[in-house]
Structures are given as C-alpha cells and as structure tokens.
Design a protein around this ligand. Structure first.
Ligand SMILES: Nc1ncnc2c1ncn2[C@@H]1O[C@H](COP(=O)(O)OP(=O)(O)OP(=O)(O)O)[C@@H](O)[C@H]1O
Ligand SMILES: [Mg+2]
Length: 257
C-alpha cells in the first residue's frame, strides 16, 4: 500500500488545527461568534450542535472555502485563513460524480496532485478492501448502497489529504443500523490509519462514540458552550450524557428542529 501520511511533518506538540476566534455574519445575521477550538495530532474532535446552528459554515471556513469576518485558521501553526487545498473536506452531500465509476471518482484528488491515471488507479485500488469497496471498482455511484457511497466519498476525501479530515455529518442520511456500522468501521479505520479528524454532527450518540473531545455549540449565533474530553475506551458516566443533553435541549428551544 502506498503511504500518503507523512506528507506534512510537524512538531508533535503542535495542534493540527487551531480555530482562533472565528466570527461570521450571513445575510445580516450573526451566525458564528468568536468560535475557538483545536484539533490535535491523531485526535477525533467532534463539533456537536443543533440543526442549523452553523456547523457547516464553520467547516467551510476551516476548509478555506469561506472567509471569516474576523479570526484565523492555523494549520500546523501556519495561517491558512481563506485558503483551500491543505485539508480534505467531505461535505454534507457526498458529491460523487454519477458519470464516473467508483474507482474514477476516488482517483480525482490523486490526478489533481499530478499522478498519472494508471498510478492513481493503482494507488486508490490498494485502499478498496479497507474501505469496504472491494469488487465495486467499476460500479457507478447510483448502483451503490448509501453506506458504500459514503465510504467511497470518505476514501476520496482521505486521498486528498490523509492527515487532516473535515467530515460534515457523513452518516446522517443513513438508516440507524447502517449508521452504527459505519461509525464502528470509521473508528476501526482510524485506529489503523490515524488522522486528525474534525467531525461535525447533531447526533449525541455519534459524538459520544467517536470523540476524544467534543465542543458543544449553541445557536444564534453559534458559540462554544462547552468543551469536554474523555477516554474513548472507558465507559461514559451517565452524568456527562445528561449534561450534554441538557445543553442541547436548551439550545434547541424555539429552534428549527
Ligand atoms: N450561504 C449562506 N447565505 C446565507 N445564510 C446561510 C448560508 N449558509 C447557511 N446560512 C444560514 O446560516 C445558518 C447556519 O447554517 P449551517 O448550514 O452552517 O448550519 P448547520 O449547523 O450545518 O445545519 P444542519 O444541521 O442543518 O446541517 C442557517 O440559519 C442557514 O440558513
Ligand atoms: Mg450542516
């Protein structure tokens, strides 16, 4: 298997992502207010917040697709505010191209990096088994199940930049059982490949299962209400779950749910 990690070396104690006091107003409404957060090396950080609170807006800013009004995004200590191409980003919609088969969908980032078609296909194909896609290389997106489409989109995201992934509610559209399987599969993949992951969701159970740390966002405008960290391998106290639920309930009051 070709190794993609290690493209970007860094000091171990440096944060992979540092979001520094980001604010954004959209159509006259203050959407994000002074949001600060960090993602460390090989850490899964979950941003948990009610529907419509500004999670995708925040990821668009971290990805460099949208400029904040104030604040900065640092990646490995360098200012990347408003600049794309450093991190990989899986947007809320999977954006697979219907006219290309799975293999040719996931090779797109490798072609953009200058690999030849053959090199890109060989490299991408070596990941198909781990991403649960083996045997489906020549299928078209419309022929895949929802979970497979998401795994294909995730592989394409990973091949763009393997060390930092931004994932926007990647499993939200799946049925409960498939979603659970995908979450466990992602954890398993993470144990083997390691990346720094900023994962956005409005689903508390998903956040509790995946996160090393979570940031709970309030809405209108979104602010960081709480930051919490725990050991993923130890049982979570019922109090922690209650505390998180209480904040989410407060924030959803009168909201658009
Ligand atoms: N380009 C835009 N122009 C104006 N308003 C926008 C734009 N994008 C989002 N909004 C508004 O900003 C707010 C936050 O939207 P955003 O999509 O970031 O929320 P979200 O937390 O990702 O929601 P969801 O849980 O539904 O995905 C919403 O009220 C939305 O209507
Ligand atoms: Mg969103």
């Amino acid at each position: 298997m070709m190794l993609l990690a290690g493209y970007y070396e860094q000091e171990d104690d440096m944060n992979k992502i540092e979001v520094n006091r980001i604010s954004k107003t959209l159509e006259g409404l203050s959407t994000l207010a002074e949001i600060s957060l960090t993602v460390g090396k090989n850490e899964i950080v979950v941003v948990l917040g009610p529907s419509g609170c500004g999670k995708s807006t925040l990821l668009n800013i971290v990805a460099g697709l949208l400029r904040p009004d104030t604040g900065q995004i640092f990646i490995d200590g360098e200012d990347w505010t408003g600049k794309t191409t450093r991190v990989s980003y899986m947007q809320q919609k999977d954006l697979l191209l219907d006219s290309r088969n799975v293999l040719d969908n996931v090779t797109i980032p490798l072609l953009l990096k200058g690999m030849s078609k053959n090199q890109a296909r060989t490299c991408a194909a070596s990941y198909f088994a781990d991403f649960g896609l083996q045997g489906f290389e020549h299928y078209y997106p419309r022929q895949l199940s929802g979970g497979m489409r998401q795994r294909a989109a995730l592989l394409r995201t990973y091949l763009f930049a393997s060390d930092i992934l931004l994932l926007d509610e990647p499993f939200a559209a799946l049925d409960a059982i498939t979603r659970r399987r995908m979450q466990l599969w992602l954890l398993d993949l993470y144990q083997r490949y390691k990346s720094s992951i900023l994962f956005v969701t409005h689903d508390i159970e998903e956040a509790l299962l995946l996160a090393d740390r979570i940031y709970i966002l309030g809405s209108r405008p979104a602010v960081v209400r709480r930051e919490m960290a725990w050991d993923r391998n130890s049982p979570l106290s019922p109090q922690t779950r209650e505390e998180i639920l209480e904040i989410l309930e407060e924030e959803s009051n009168g909201g658009n749910f």
